[in-house]
Design a protein around this ligand. Structure first.
Ligand SMILES: Cc1ncc(COP(=O)(O)O)c(C=O)c1O
Ligand SMILES: [Zn+2]
Length: 433
């Protein structure tokens, strides 16, 4: 079975990039002064089938852009599978687990709690047991595979492991932990740009993984936006490898992130009775909702996508409205400056993992909502607290407030949802204390 991805194109300027291009992190027209570009994948996946392997990167290997990339570099299919397995083994040594299908099923108690009928209900996708405790490592694994493939065929510009440039990421939470876990698996140096007041439990984990955490205070000389992202971009300009979970900074994060959606899609396809009608996904930078939706849509069902933000930081909901008013929420990339800009107020919420000043992957998120007849949801802080409380009272999943924030979106919309609808929430990250 051959790979399905054929190339990339920029959702903003239309530039094309071939699938075999090495280090194709960003659109060729993206620059220091103009980051408003985003590479999107060209592929057609039909029908979506798992090959039954417990590792999702093997089960869905041929749908990965990475598989097409590595094939274009001349690596044979069995060798490609072996590369996934070897890297997964290395990750498992650090993380205590490799990549496996994560649980996805109807939660009877939560469904009853929210008043759903027996033929409707709430399906929970539980990412808390994923590598590094959240969905983030899924996005990063295809970036790491890309680097490993380039090294394997001798196309890396560095002469030895010792001369590898450092990896770099801007994050204070799960993405930083996931990136540092994956970097550690290959003993690759990593710089993590964290906010000035990053929390101690996260810093402790980063230190234990040998990551170099760099604090980034807000500076009056910076433009509006996240100082961690500015310092990250400076590091990349100076030669570091972008190793984050924001599509405009490294489009390869949008490849592996889809495994979560594919896992749900193959189960949803076999459900007797009615289809899954909606999926609620908490959105910070927006790569997660983009990928979960793209993955799900590759199957037979297209649930309405609801990207969930909190009232303390909702630039995506604003962008969706702006896009609708300026020509439509679909393919709004060329209207970036009209639609998406950093949230003006200091973002605050109990769900502190989704407080990105900007929804970097707003184009994919808006496309997913527009394509499915979905919409953004801005949950009140009260519902964020309630969703966290309900999650802990009704399920035994040790989810964080951020990880349960999709449920806050469901609570906000519940009155519009019929009792026999089937809906999905993703418990995306484990609680850390
Ligand atoms: C647990 C958890 N869920 C969801 C998200 C949101 O993902 P994204 O930033 O890709 O929108 C994050 C991001 O930090 C997270 O940590
Ligand atoms: Zn472009």
């Amino acid at each position: 079975m051959s790979p399905v991805a054929t190339g990339w194109h920029c959702a903003v300027c239309g530039a094309k990039v071939s699938i075999g291009e090495v280090f194709s992190w960003r659109c060729p027209n993206s620059s220091e002064s103009d980051r408003h570009h985003l590479l999107e994948l060209e592929n057609s996946i039909a029908p979506l089938r798992s090959n039954g392997d417990p590792n999702p990167f093997v089960a869905f290997q041929r749908y990965l852009a990475w598989d097409a990339f590595a094939a274009a570099l001349g690596i044979e299919v069995d060798e490609r599978t072996k590369m996934i397995r070897d890297l997964d083994d290395s990750v498992a040594q650090v993380a205590g687990t490799g990549f496996r299908f994560t649980p996805f099923s109807r939660h009877d108690r939560l469904s009853a709690e929210l008043g759903f009928a027996a033929n409707g209900g709430v399906w929970i996708k539980d990412e808390t047991g994923n590598v590094a405790g959240s969905q983030k490592a899924r996005h990063l694994f295809t970036e790491l595979l890309h680097l490993v493939a380039v090294e394997q065929v001798g196309r890396a510009p560095w002469a030895s492991r010792a001369e590898r440039p450092a990896l770099a990421i801007a994050s204070c939470g799960n993405a930083a932990i996931a990136a540092s876990t994956l970097a550690r698996a290959l003993e690759w140096k990593i710089k993590v740009f964290v906010p000035e007041h990053a929390d101690e439990p996260t810093l402790k984990i980063l230190r234990s993984l040998d990551a170099d955490a760099v604090r980034c205070p807000r500076s009056s000389t910076d433009p509006p936006g996240d100082p961690c992202v500015f310092r990250f971009r400076e590091a990349v300009a100076a030669g570091a490898i972008p190793f984050g979970v924001q599509g405009p900074e490294n489009a390869w994060c949008l490849d592996g992130g889809r495994t979560i959606g594919w896992e749900m899609a193959v189960i949803a396809e076999d459900l007797p009775g009615s289809l899954i009608s909606r999926m609620f996904v908490q959105a910070g930078g927006g790569a997660f909702v983009t990928c979960a939706a793209a993955g799900f849509f590759a199957g037979a069902t297209k649930p309405k996508i609801h990207a969930v933000q909190t009232e303390g930081c909702a630039p995506l909901a604003r962008a969706f409205d702006r896009a609708e008013q300026t020509g439509g929420a679909r393919n709004a990339g060329p209207r970036w400056s009209q639609c998406m800009w950093p949230w003006e107020a200091t973002p605050v919420s109990l769900a502190d993992g989704i407080l990105d000043d900007e929804t970097y992957d707003w184009i994919g998120a808006c496309n997913a909502m527009a394509d499915s007849g979905g919409s953004p949801v801005v949950a009140s802080e009260e519902l964020v607290r309630e969703s966290f409380a309900i999650a802990h009272r009704v399920t035994d999943i040790d989810v964080s407030p951020t990880g349960a924030a999709g449920l806050a979106g469901l609570l906000a919309k519940r009155h519009e949802i019929a009792d026999d609808e089937r809906v999905v929430v993703i418990f995306s990250g484990v609680r850390r204390q």
